[in-house]
Each structure stands twice: as C-alpha cells, then as structure tokens.
Design a protein. Structure first.
Length: 359
C-alpha cells in the first residue's frame, strides 16, 4: 500500500461524519517512515492534516504530507490547514485532488508554493474524487448527492402483491446496506414504506447493535400520515418529516411523538422534491440515500434528481402484475430516453448481485 492509498483508506473512515466538510485522510512521512496520520473529525473539529501533524509533532520537520484533498486556506470553524503546514516544517505536500470549493480552489496549493514548499496534485485522483463525490456536488450546487438503493427480485419486484418484502435479498446484502447507511448524512423513504414495513431506518453493525453515527431519517409524507407508534421515532437519531398542506393537529401529533416537521412547497398536492433537496442542502446535508419505495424513487428519476444507483438483485422471481416495482413514477415512453448508468461496477454478495453506477 502506498502512502496515498493509506491516506485514502483513512478518508473512508470519516465518511458520513464530517458534513458539510469533506472526508479527508492525511499521512506524514519522514525518511520513508510514517510518523503521523489522521482523518477529518466531525464538523467544527480538526481537519485531517491537523490530526496528522499533531500526531507527528516535531518529526514532521523536513517531511512529506500526503493528503487526499488540497489543504484548506480559509478560516472556517477551524484555522487554515495551510498555516499549520507552514509552521510544521513540512517540505513537500502531495494532494490527490484539488478542492473545488470557491473558498479554496487552488489557493491552498498557491500559498504552499509561494512559501517554497514542493507540491504535487493528482496521485490517485479518481479514487479521491469518489470518496468526496457528495461534497463535490454539494459545493457546486448546494444540494445533496442522491443515491437510490433498492433490493429486488430478478424481475424487478421489491415486494409480493400482498406487500411482503422481507427478505428478498440475503444477509451479505443487508450488511452492505447498513454500511451504506453509516456513510450517508440522511436516509430517505416515502410514507408508504413506513406504513408497510415500519422500518427503524437505523445503521446497525455486524453484531446487530446500532452504530454510533445515525444518519438523519427523512420521511416524504405530504399529508403527515406517519403514525406516532412508528418504530423509527423511538430509535437513536433524528426523524424529519417532509410534509405540505398539513393541519396543526397532525403536525402536533407527529411532533409530540418525536418527529420534526419540515414544511415543503406543494407540487400537484405532493412534496416538491426539488425544493426538499434544496432545504436539506441548507441544513448541510451533503448525501442522501433513498431506500424506497418505488413511487418515491420513480418521482426522483422523473425529476432528474438521482446521481447514483445501487441495486441488490436476488436470484428470485416474484411475478404478479400488482406486485410493486423498484422504480415506478411516470417513466419514459421511448427506450432512447432511458436512464443509462456509467462507470458500472458489479459485485457478488453470496447469491445476490450488487450493481452500482452513476446517472
């Protein structure tokens, strides 16, 4: 493993815990030996470079800093990383990719170069950008990166015609799904999924216990039909109900049960999903994983709001004209208009197949 690859593995450990900051990893090397490393801490705390430099202490003098993103050069919740690098005695900085944030965007590298520090940008850049894909979209648009995730049969069904849906995919797929939850800022579902499955929507570890980090739960529920007895309202973390045109009585009932109500503009009597994504971005939510159902996922595709698809396909045939599909909505009339994924990856998980790609 190269030093940059180690920095990338550290960055992955910070996924889901740093927003609106990006997850970054950093490694300090002196005379070929790693003397310090770290990753981005939760928002308001130290960036990866600061953690690594603190760990290395005086041993960083004359050393090289590997970081998965260009060091920041502005005052935010913490001082600029470039200041700490200059004070540390580091003589070379290797960054995997530049930071597109308008407050940085090359300034970090320029400051270091002007101070006589050698710099290089581009090592393992593709992998680095994949780790911060949500941050990249967020700083450019103000809206979160939207990943649609579903598990279906070979014929694309997510439940039987009686509504039974557990368990279509296997245990290995379930474990991967919980890891995906843990690396996201928010999980989104439609109200029909809540009423049918009563899912807790928590991120659980391999032993079945809850992870320390719990993503925000977002329920798209135009008429605020979420029952006060819903399991998710009793779980660790926070539940946000996106609603429109609801009564004060319904709102109070949901709030008394532990939910927060977010009033979103209406579009044909339903929650305006474009507006909802903008409101989530305003809350510093940089990544959303959408887990169903088919109506919500279909509406997101219809609106062009999906960035990535992760599909778990089980070797099962369900059938049934009334059995719900993974993606519904209006759909398209001509195959030429079908959504086609790029940079597709395929993985075998037990008997299931995991297919992922970008819209």
């Amino acid at each position: 493993m190269t030093h940059m690859q180690r920095a990338l593995s550290l960055a992955r450990q910070a996924l889901g815990t740093t927003s609106p900051n990006p997850p970054v990893g950093a490694v300090v090397v002196k005379d070929g030996e790693v003397v310090g490393e770290g990753f981005t801490q939760p928002y308001g705390h130290a960036h990866a470079e600061i953690v690594a430099l603190t760990n290395s202490g005086p041993r960083s003098k004359g050393g090289t800093l590997y970081t998965t993103l260009e060091p920041c050069s502005h005052h935010g919740q913490t001082p600029p990383c470039t200041d700490a690098i200059l004070q540390s005695g580091i003589v070379k900085v290797i960054s995997a990719t530049a930071d597109p944030n308008p407050r940085v965007k090359g300034n970090g590298i320029s400051i270091l170069q002007d101070a006589g520090i050698q710099t290089h940008v581009g090592e393992e850049e593709d992998q680095a950008k994949k780790i911060i894909e949500a941050y990249l979209k967020f700083v450019e648009t103000g809206s979160p990166f939207v990943t649609v995730k579903f598990g279906s049969s070979l014929d694309g069904k997510i439940a039987t015609n009686t509504g039974e849906s557990q368990w279509i995919t296997g245990e290995q797929s379930l474990q991967v799904a919980h890891k995906l939850r843990a690396t996201s800022d928010a999980i989104m579902v439609g109200i029909n999924t809540v009423l049918t499955d009563d899912s807790k929507l928590t991120s659980r570890n391999l032993s079945g216990g809850n992870q320390e980090h719990q993503p925000l739960r977002v329920v798209v529920d135009s008429r605020c039909r979420i029952p006060p007895s819903a399991s998710m309202l009793k779980e660790p973390g926070h539940t946000l109900v996106a609603a429109t045109n609801i009564s004060a009585i319904d709102q109070k009932q949901a709030e008394d049960a532990g939910a927060e109500i977010l009033q979103v503009p209406s579009e044909n009597g339903r929650v305006d999903l474009v507006s909802l994504m903008k409101q989530l971005g305003a809350r510093d939510i940089t990544s959303v994983i959408v887990e169903g159902g088919g109506t919500l996922i279909g509406a997101l595709f219809d609106k062009g709001l999906v960035d990535k698809v992760i599909a778990f396909i089980a070797p099962t045939v369900i059938g049934g004209i009334s059995a719900p599909s993974a993606v519904m909505g209006l759909g398209i009339e001509h195959l030429i208009d079908a959504t086609r994924l790029e940079h597709v990856e395929v993985e075998i998980l037990g008997q299931d197949i995991l297919i992922s790609g970008y819209v």
